[in-house]
Write a protein that binds this ligand. Sequence first.
Ligand code: AR6
Length: 182
Amino acid sequence: MRIHWQNERLGVVEGDITRFDGDAIVNAANATLLGGGGVDGAIHRAAGPALREACRQLRQRAWPEGLPVGQVALTPGFALPADWVIHTVGPVYARGEDRAGLLADCYRRALAMAAERDFRRLAFPAISTGVYGYPAEAAARIVADVMREALPRLPRLEVTLVFYAAADAETFLQHAEIDGVR
Ligand code: AR6
């Protein structure tokens, strides 16, 4: 993974999140939790069929109606290098409605879950900015705000933001104010 920007708390890299070798990666899933395209499809392929089974059981036991937008759910990582997967469902972008709070919830709740479990290294993809159509520039500002607010209270956690393409990492850095994040 190629590093575009980094300090002690936060990294902005380009690469495939399924290769991240830390405590957990976040999955930009959908409410069914049963897989899909994009990063979700890649994570399921790399983790193997046991992940789908774990997600199916999660649905049955905890989320029979599906995982609501902005919520998080945890499974093992199975064949992934990361030990755990924190599944979340980002909002579908809508012009006429401000869903920034829901996108922020995905990041905040994933950070809280990681802290609860005492995870030290966590990676996020750019939730909602693919199929769900959230503009990368707006998402960048939301993510930066959450990191600025949350990371000072989670001193043991190191976060990596993984972008699939170099251009996406650069767009993020142009629109996010992360210099002050510690
Ligand atoms: N590693 C890192 N980032 C990736 C990878 C990867 N392997 N693959 C794609 N991305 P998307 P969403 C980037 O569409 O918008 C799925 O079908 C991608 O370039 O995966 O939240 C789910 O099942 C983009 O920047 O997620 C849902 O139905 C970012 O990940 C729906 O898509 C997010 O794109 C969720 O849509």
